[in-house]
Each structure stands twice: as C-alpha cells, then as structure tokens.
Design a binder for this molecule. Structure first.
Ligand code: HEM
Length: 426
C-alpha cells in the first residue's frame, strides 16, 4: 500500500522522516504556490488562503481565523451539530442500508456550508446533493496535481462549475448579507425580517466586510473561490476521515471484541480512534511545497525552485515518533509528550489546517477514565462516527467498498456501503 499510485515518483525531493516533514512545514522559505498553471488560471485555488505566501497569507488568515475561536466551535458541536446528525441520518438511511460516502458528505457539507457562508434550504436534501456535486468538482480541482487522467477536463469542469455555484448559491447568499450589512443597527430587513445584528458570521460575511481594504485584493471572483474552497476543504476531508475511522474500527473491533465492548461507549475513546485513523490514513499522503529561495530542511540543502513532497504517510509511521508498531492502527498506543496523535495529517506552521479543532476537537487527555476539562472539544467527525456506531453500523457483506481511483491520494473512497440497524441517540 505504500505509494500504490505513484505519488512519490515525480521529479521532487521526497521527505519521509517525521522530524524533516515537521521542519519543512514550519520553513517559511517553502511556499504552497507551486506553479501557476496548476493552481491558478481558473482553478478554484487561485489566490485562495491555502496558496498565498508571506504577508498576503498572514493578512487573509487573520480575517478568517476568528471564525474558528473556541466558543463558536463549542456552540457548533454542543448545540447545532448533534441535531443535524440525527436529522440527516433519519432522512438518508433507507431499509437499514446506507453509503458512508454519501452520509459523510451530507453531514459534513451542512456544517461546511455554514462556515463558508452558503445559505441553503434546511428542508431540502436535493439541494445538499447539489452542493455535494459542487464539492466533488472543487475537491478534484484542488488536488489537480494528483489527478489520474485528463487534467484539462478537470480544469474545464471547475470553470463551468464555479459559475453555476456562484449563480445558484454565492450570489443569493451574498445579496442577503449585503442587505443586512448596510442597514443601521437593529433595523429589520424587510425581505427576511432579520435584524442587522443577526448578520451570519462566516467566511463570506468576513470577506464582504473587508472588501473595502484594497491591500487584501478581495475581488468578486476571489470571493466565490474562497467560499467554494472552504466548502470543499471542510467537507471532503471530514467525510473521508469518518469513513477511514469506521473502516479501521471495523477491523480493530473484530480483533479486540472485549476491549471494544468496554471502551466503545466512551466518547473520548472514539475520538482517539479518529485521531489514530488520521495518523495511519492521512487524507493527503503527500503535501507539496516549492522552495522560493535556497534553504535547508534538516541536513538537506534545498536549491531555490526545488519541488518537495512531504510524505505525511511515512512521517506518521516514523518509529522514532510513534514506536516500533507505528504502522498499525492502535487507538490505545502511548505517544511521547509533544507529539500529536494525528501525526502530520493537518500540516503545521503557517498553513496548518484552520479547521482542525472543528473537525477532530482538542487533544484527548492521557487517561480515558477521567472527565476531560470543560474546554474539551470532541470535534464533528467524532460525533459523526459515534452517531453511526449508535445505529449499529457494519460493512455490507454484499456490496464491497470502492476506493477513489481518480486520484493518486490513495486514502480516499468513492463508496462504502454499510448496514445500519438502530435509531441513533446522541
Ligand atoms: C479531518 C479533517 C481535515 C483534514 C485532515 C485537513 C487537512 C488539512 C491539511 C493537511 C492542511 C495543510 C495543507 C498544507 O500545508 O499544504 C489543511 C489546510 C487547510 N484546511 Fe484543513 N483539513 C480538515 C478539515 C478542515 C475544515 C473542517 C476546514 C474548514 C472549515 C478546513 C480548512 C482548511 C483551510 C482553509 C486550510 C488552508 C490554511 C492555510 O493555508 O493557511 N480544513 N487542512
């Protein structure tokens, strides 16, 4: 399984040691800009937060970071999300059968739409399915460097899709926010009856509020792409992690039935499973960088212009960080202090994932038996996994799961059929 799709075969310097990958992620001479053709020129990523460098990156990130403060994340996971999990599962599980891919995407896209600022009809599953189709196109285009097959077709698809996404979702969401933003405090909006202080706080609103700042270069096209990229960044990674966690749990609980029976009611243990699944199955097994100037990673001299691949897959299996059994899925493993259980799967340094705590919560305390501090967050993926386990989820013996073969990122799925038995309680 190590590099089954030739991801590490290209002309790049490949780093596999945990310490080197960490050092490279923190190295400010390395950028995510890569080449214009791949990441810009009509692609959804053009001038997104994730490809900016230096002060431009810092200034954009400062605006968007505030959306991920802990009080807001606590509200999401304690008030908003549990009900969404129950409602969505009730709607899309038919005759005790479901597909984890579809379920994971439906659950994640609701929350990502909320963070990104995409308004939607809360009663329409059809509209969610449309959003998922957009996410699929944006995900493929965002990872275009790893597309297997016709990259030009991916480019054409994303250009058309962005225009349609703008027409159907961004424009109406934007118009609503603009109406709310221009009215004096407290005055009711005639169309919606909302008050000025009820402007939804999300990526779209933040960008509109800062549009007047010329230095930020927030033009209309960029606003659409930034909203689209938040929608996709939050959806496909969370859905993939949910599927990988359940896939690994199915195998682990078959081998450890007694431990599973004792530990599975404990939400902290489920959260550990999510973190461990991310370590052994990073959603992106190879993070790319470009050397802007001559620089160094560990002992290696890197000439300006070099392309680097930071192998999260191998770094997360480095025995010096995770012990001699680093290759296997073991949610009960002990990990040295200061080393993250999720490995390098969220990146680190200036491009570290902005949505990490939203997705997987705060680090799990060493002891699973003690109550965590009040500030502890479990993350939305943990709630999704727990919700499905509460419904008695198990693999469907008649329909095998299908890996996604459109990308070199081999830790992704295209479909994962399951059976579910009971009603969920959260
Ligand atoms: C399990 C879930 C997730 C995983 C595994 C994941 C993974 C990652 C990784 C590896 C990076 C860094 C890439 C690099 O350095 O080249 C990243 C960056 C990013 N992620 Fe996530 N992500 C997840 C969830 C989310 C969510 C929920 C959101 C949004 C709500 C999000 C938004 C972003 C953004 C905007 C960046 C770019 C940050 C920057 O460049 O400053 N991610 N993510």
């Amino acid at each position: 399984v190590e590099d089954p799709r030739g991801m590490y075969e290209e002309d790049a310097l490949i780093f596999t040691r945990f310490a080197d990958v960490q050092a490279a992620l923190f190295n400010r001479d390395l950028s995510r800009s890569l080449d214009k053709r791949t990441f810009e020129e009509g692609n959804v990523r053009e001038r997104n937060l994730s490809v900016l460098h230096g002060t431009e990156h810092r200034d954009r990130r400062r605006i968007e970071n505030r959306l991920f403060q802990s009080a807001r994340l606590a509200m999401y996971e304690r008030e908003l999300f549990p009900q969404i999990v129950v409602d969505t599962m009730d709607r899309v599980v038919e005759d005790g059968r479901a597909d984890l891919f579809r379920l994971g995407y439906l659950l994640s896209v609701v929350l990502s739409a909320r963070t990104a600022g995409v308004d939607r009809d809360p009663d329409s599953v059809d509209q969610l399915e449309t959003l998922i189709k957009h996410v699929d196109v944006f995900s493929e285009a965002s990872a275009i460097e790893d597309t297997i097959g016709d990259k030009e077709a991916v480019r054409r698809r994303v250009t058309d899709d962005l225009a349609e996404f703008d027409r159907a979702f961004v424009r109406p969401s934007r118009e609503r926010r603009e109406r709310l933003l221009v009215r004096p405090e407290g005055q009711l909006d005639e169309a919606t009856g909302e008050q000025a202080d009820h402007v939804p706080d999300d990526v779209l609103t933040r960008l509109l509020q800062n549009k007047h700042n010329q230095a930020l270069r927030l033009d209309d096209g960029l606003i659409v792409r930034e909203v689209a990229s938040y929608l996709q960044a939050g959806t496909h990674t969370s859905a993939t992690t949910m599927i990988n966690t359940l896939d690994l749990i199915f195998q682990w609980r078959a081998r450890h039935p007694e431990e599973w029976a004792a530990l599975s009611p404990n939400r902290l243990f489920i959260q550990r499973c999510v973190h461990e699944a991310l370590r052994v199955r990073p959603t992106n097994p190879g993070i790319r960088r470009l050397a802007e100037v001559d620089t160094k990673v560990g002992d290696t001299e890197i000439p300006a212009g070099s392309r680097l691949i930071l192998s999260t897959w191998f770094a997360n299996r480095d025995e010096s960080a995770y012990g001699p059994d680093a290759d296997g899925f073991d949610p009960l493993r002990s990990v040295p202090e200061g080393i993250a259980r999720w490995g390098t799967s969220f990146g680190a340094g200036m491009h570290a994932c902005i949505g990490r705590t939203l997705s997987v919560g705060t680090p799990v305390p060493e002891s699973l038996d003690e109550a965590p501090p009040d500030s502890h967050l479990y993350g939305l993926v943990t709630l999704m996994v727990e919700g499905l386990l509460g419904r008695g989820v198990e693999p469907d013996p008649e329909r095998p799961a299908v890996p996604d073969d459109r990308t070199k990122r081999w830790t992704r799925w295209r479909s994962y059929p399951v059976r579910v038995s009971a009603k969920v309680t959260l």
